[in-house]
Design a protein around this ligand. Structure first.
Ligand code: ADP
Length: 491
């Protein structure tokens, strides 16, 4: 099977969150399963030729893409995804991708990804490669299905091509002023006139993708169910309902060649489930890095996160007095919204001996926190899949999570497992999104931390879990096969 995997971020080239990790690992697993996979992403100027061994592809020539009455010439660079044979094609257009960040709030943000989506199709044409599936991710690639149905329907190359669209987070819909529809120059009067691109008077890339892709999925089974409800669907539930037969949840997997304390080159002291004594050494180094005193028996609660509304920082702020009374130290690594940065800074200022934070994007520190913390906290309001809690399980860092989306699918509450007469729990979870539930759950967690043999059991239960891509990649292959076997494209 031939798969074009299209995404706005791929680790190690560019990453802001889980999408980057997924795009850097799922294609390798698909390729191991025998698929011919090609990756496509924007050539952000931070992706340098020297660091990533990029080669130009002069044989593809210069490609002209017209957006909003302006012609752009794009070039294509290529490289091979590390530890694989999967080729990556980068759309080089400094006018749009030479910005200070991967995602911007510039007024032409829509144009950046209209250009990207069109470019990917044009590159595939020039490669004279006929993919069975174009796998699109997030709103940034959301126009590809409609372009194939309209602008490029004439091209026999795409005669059998089907599209799969993955929703990684419903909150990011690609909403723009209605003029954006004209900028996109979609040649499909019927679909445009039936309003597939429009939602409440705005252009909505996500809605367009939901209504025009051949198959749609999201990144966990629970989140898929949640997205069909008014409470969590962010307005898209009605469109997902229409596509219910073509919509499913597939849990993200993880790449254990990167996220495993046995081989992790970022952490100073490697360890495994056979012997966790080195974890303590990482804890000592972690606390030094965060300028907090080390005490073997005082647990460290770690958080690594984009600082956005979804991640539960308002609960921490609201419950700060109770939370800071707990016998624990806190380390936080995050970047994003300045509102949450300020909020955390205020707490750090008030409780400098209990909590410390670093406000940057730091891959190495993220690995050290996973290795050195005792507890990993994710009190998310919602969480499509969440990778951090899955990584933490492998590092013997017990997750405490709100039972929502992928968190519910990957962390088993210790007490609930005991209630069922089994000692299978891997962490602690709470259902209600409120301070009381958070504080009570952390108290419960800290009680168990004191009971060393039980704690060791919970750690080992987590470390033995296997969330590698194999199972989920098989499910993607089934999804692709289902899409390919569809006779007629959905219009
Ligand atoms: P989301 O996709 O919502 O950001 P996930 O838990 O799925 O959340 O994935 C987050 C990924 O991004 C993890 O690999 C995590 O380590 C990484 N990450 C998030 N914030 C930072 C940061 N400030 N520094 C380093 N890595 C980060």
């Amino acid at each position: 099977m031939k798969i074009a995997y299209v995404t706005s971020e791929i680790f190690p080239y560019a990453k802001t969150g889980g999408l980057g990790d997924v795009a850097g690992s799922l294609p390798i697993e698909l390729s191991n399963l025998g698929a011919e996979v090609k990756l496509f992403m924007p050539g952000y100027t931070t992706i340098t030729k020297k660091e990533f061994d990029l080669h130009s592809l002069p044989e593809l020539g210069e490609i002209n893409i017209r957006i909003a009455d302006r012609d752009h010439v794009i070039h294509v660079f290529t490289s091979t995804l590390p530890n694989s044979t999967v080729p990556v094609y980068f759309v080089d257009c400094p006018y749009y991708f030479g910005r200070y960040e991967i995602y911007t709030s510039d007024p032409d943000e829509d144009e950046r990804f209209i250009l990207f989506s069109k470019s990917v199709i044009e590159i595939i044409q020039r490669l004279k490669w006929s993919p069975d599936i174009i796998h699109c991710n997030e709103w940034q690639t959301g126009l590809i299905p409609i372009y194939l149905k309209g602008n490029y329907a004439w091209d026999r190359l795409f005669e059998k091509t089907k599209t799969v669209f993955t929703i990684h987070n419903i909150a990011y819909q690609g909403k723009f002023p209605k003029e954006s529809i004209a900028k996109a120059e979609i040649q499909h009067d019927f679909l445009i006139n039936s309003g597939v691109c429009e939602y409440f008077g705005e252009m909505n890339f996500l809605k367009t993708a939901i209504l025009t892709a051949d198959a749609i999925n999201t990144v966990s089974e629970t989140y898929a169910q949640e997205l069909l409800t008014t409470e969590s669907g962010a307005g898209m539930e009605q469109f997902l309902e229409i596509r219910k037969n073509d919509f499913c949840g597939i849990l993200n997997g993880v790449d254990y060649s990167i996220w495993n304390p046995e081989f992790d080159h970022f952490i100073p002291h490697k360890y495994s489930s056979r012997d966790l004594s080195n974890k303590m050494k990482n804890k000592r180094i972690l606390l030094q890095r965060f300028n907090l005193p080390y005490r073997k028996n005082i647990p460290v609660i770690g958080m690594i996160s984009r600082l956005v509304e979804q991640k539960g920082f308002d609960l921490i702020s609201e419950g700060v007095n109770d939370l800071m009374k707990l016998n624990a130290r806190w380390v936080i690594l995050g970047n994003g919204n300045s509102k949450y940065e300020k909020l955390i800074k205020t707490i750090v200022k008030k409780y400098p001996k209990k909590i410390s934070a670093c406000f940057s994007y730091n891959e190495e520190l993220a690995h050290l926190i996973k290795a050195g913390a005792d507890i990993f906290l994710m009190p998310s309001r919602y969480e499509p899949c969440g990778l951090n809690q899955i990584y933490s399980l492998k590092y013997g860092t017990v997750p405490v999570v709100r039972k929502t989306g992928g968190l519910a699918d990957t962390v088993q509450d210790w007490n609930e497992s005991i209630a069922k007469g089994k000692e299978t729990g891997t962490g602690f979870s709470f259902s209600e999104y409120n301070v009381l539930s958070l504080v009570q759950t952390l108290r419960r967690t800290l009680n168990m931390f004191e009971k060393k043999s039980i704690w060791a059991k919970i750690q080992l239960n987590g470390m033995r879990k296997d969330f590698s891509w194999k199972k989920s990649a098989d499910k993607y292959v089934l999804l692709y096969e289902k899409a390919v076997s569809k006779i007629k494209r959905v219009n």
